[in-house]
Design a protein around this ligand. Structure first.
Ligand code: IMP
Length: 190
């Protein structure tokens, strides 16, 4: 079965390919010739996942899933949340986003945070949503060189290492996106 993942993020494509059975041929936006920027103008994580999946299905006619992720920090009332990618500005710089977050939390004892991913799947005319959450905390400095985005400052619960320090396979399995993808796979093969 051909299924489009509405993303060109190589890290995410790899994370998801590691988990998908070989019966599913995963296509990226590039693979289907979609080079335009898909609008992400909703004010919730769910809304943005739906916007992206609907854009591809309506314009290109494929079964498709899209994900949207936010990092929600307790003492910041859930910020940066839906604005995670542009937290420090339109440049969407991971470095600048982490610097801003560490600055906002300077001296703060409560560093509880969670990653939340919502996947919207459009399959044969129906839409399905899957949510994956991983709790953890924000470190006081960047640690590790793997992963992407906020990985060097996020330590998942039960682990004494940041997402940037753990192997890609392990992150793919235990992360917020991994948990949402597991639900997607269970749904596709139930
Ligand atoms: P997006 O919705 O996947 O584009 O993600 C929104 C923001 O969260 C971007 O700044 C990403 O870099 C960041 N992000 C998404 N997934 C992860 C992750 O697994 N680890 C760290 N940061 C992430």
């Amino acid at each position: 079965m051909k299924l489009v993942f509405a993303s060109n993020n190589k890290n995410k494509l790899n994370e998801i390919k590691l988990r998908l059975p070989s019966e599913i041929e995963l296509l990226s936006l590039e693979d289907i010739g979609c080079f335009e920027e898909i609008p992400e103008t909703a004010d919730t994580i769910e809304g943005n996942a739906i916007l992206k999946a609907d854009y591809v299905t309506q314009k290109y006619g494929y079964n498709c899933f899209a994900d949207d992720t936010g990092l929600e920090v307790e003492v910041l009332n859930g910020a940066p949340g839906v604005h995670s990618a542009r937290y420090a500005g339109e440049a969407k710089s991971a470095e600048a986003n982490m610097e801003k977050l560490l600055h906002e939390l300077k001296g703060q004892a409560n560093r509880n945070a969670r990653f939340k991913t919502v996947i919207a799947l459009n399959l044969e005319g129906s839409q399905h949503l899957f949510t994956g959450i991983v709790n953890g905390e924000i470190t006081t400095e960047k640690v590790g060189s793997g992963g992407f985005g906020y990985d060097p400052v996020f330590k998942p619960e039960g682990k004494n290492a940041t997402f940037a320090e753990i192997p890609a396979e392990e992150k793919a399995e235990r992360s917020h996106r991994g948990r949402a993808v597991k639900q997607l796979i269970d749904f596709l093969f139930s």
